[in-house]
Design a protein around this ligand. Structure first.
Ligand code: NAD
Length: 318
């Protein structure tokens, strides 16, 4: 039986992925870890305080639980990374190298590590960005993701470590707050809409970015990890896509449900990051190789969030 360890399990993605992994594999077989204190969102099950920059501590937890699979999510995200470039490099690189080295030394079954559309820079094709196109990012976060992809391919090719990766677009969920990325506006906007407030957007009205609803992100991750090994042909990281929209378009989708909702635009330093990224992504390799298919379009996502977010806010306030 596989035993799974999740790093950064209390983050925006980690909390939903951990809960779903516990549904599938049993709570006792999924060990949530983070440097923060645990919350109830990840559900019942083992939790360990673990800093991914501490290799000996990762080894200790792996031995304690006989871990065979790691979902390594802990990282500093794009906007926060620009504010602390040294920590971003250290956390995003040392954490990954620790996990890959341990996977090699202990012959672990499988590793998941997320990359990002931030690997692309201004010279990448903007629309339907292909799987293989220049990766010359202009952010430190993007630099760590490009280097990380190459480390994953290296550990697979040299040492046979079965590490799999996805280049996520901006992830949008309502169950937890985002961790300082450039696409966070697309989560905050729903909170303001439900509070009856005008939303001040830190991007310009027509900035299109690739995005994905959290349930699709969780689905893509688990499907990639469950796919037969011979289907995984890309060993850097797969492009994955679902939807692409501008702030004006997401506001329009919300206005279909809340007609009085208003948005205004006050672009800040995150506009520059967003402008360097693709508008939309070509993920045909993921669709062809292991059958990726997204479920949520913009309006379906908006309906789902506006239906469920009020309960989450009410619970948090009680
Ligand atoms: P997040 O910031 O919400 O969560 C990261 C978690 O890592 C936090 O709970 C934090 O406490 C923890 N952490 C920080 N430093 C740590 C350390 N030293 N040791 C252990 N844990 C530590 O991020 P997220 O949105 O959940 O993203 C998860 C992964 O997905 C990251 O690798 C990120 O780069 C990638 N990703 C996210 C998005 C997105 O839109 N959220 C898009 C592309 C890629």
């Amino acid at each position: 039986m596989s035993r799974i360890l999740v790093t950064g399990a209390l983050g925006q993605l980690g909390s939903e992925l951990t809960a779903e992994l516990r549904n599938i594999y049993g709570a006792g077989n999924v060990i949530a870890t983070d440097i923060r204190e645990p919350n109830e969102q990840i559900g019942e099950g083992p939790f360990e305080h673990l800093d991914v920059m501490d290799k000996a501590r990762i080894e200790e937890v792996i031995e304690k639980y006989d871990v065979t699979i790691i979902y390594h999510l802990a990282a500093l995200l794009s906007a926060n990374a620009e504010q602390n470039i040294n920590l971003a490099w250290k956390l995003n690189m040392d954490g990954l190298l620790n996990v890959l080295s341990i996977a090699r030394e202990k012959n672990l079954e499988r590793i998941f590590w997320p990359s990002s559309i931030a690997v692309f820079g201004p010279d990448a094709t903007k629309k339907n960005t292909p799987q293989n196109t220049p990766t010359n990012p202009t952010t430190v976060y993007g630099i760590t993701k490009v280097a990380g992809e190459q480390w994953c391919a290296y550990f697979y090719n040299k040492f046979g470590v079965d590490v799999r990766s996805l280049r996520y677009p901006g992830l949008i969920g309502y169950k937890s707050l985002p961790g300082g990325g450039t696409t966070d506006y697309a989560v905050d906007i729903y909170h303001k809409a439900l509070a009856g407030e005008t939303f001040s957007c830190f991007l310009k009205n027509d900035t299109a970015l690739p995005m994905m609803y959290m349930s699709d992100a969780v689905k893509s991750t688990i499907e990639l990890m469950q796919a037969d090994e011979e289907k995984i042909k890309v060993r850097t990281s797969y492009n994955v896509a679902a939807i692409s929209f501008t702030p004006e378009e997401i506001a329009g989708s919300i206005q279909k449900q809340i007609p009085d909702f208003e948005i205004e635009y006050e672009p800040d330093y995150r506009q520059e990051i967003a402008s360097s990224w693709p508008d939309s992504i070509d993920d045909s390799a993921a669709r062809n190789d292991w059958g990726w298919k997204h479920e949520f379009d913009l309006d379906k996502m908006t309906e789902d969030i506006l239906k469920n977010l009020p309960n989450v806010i009410e619970k948090a306030e009680s």
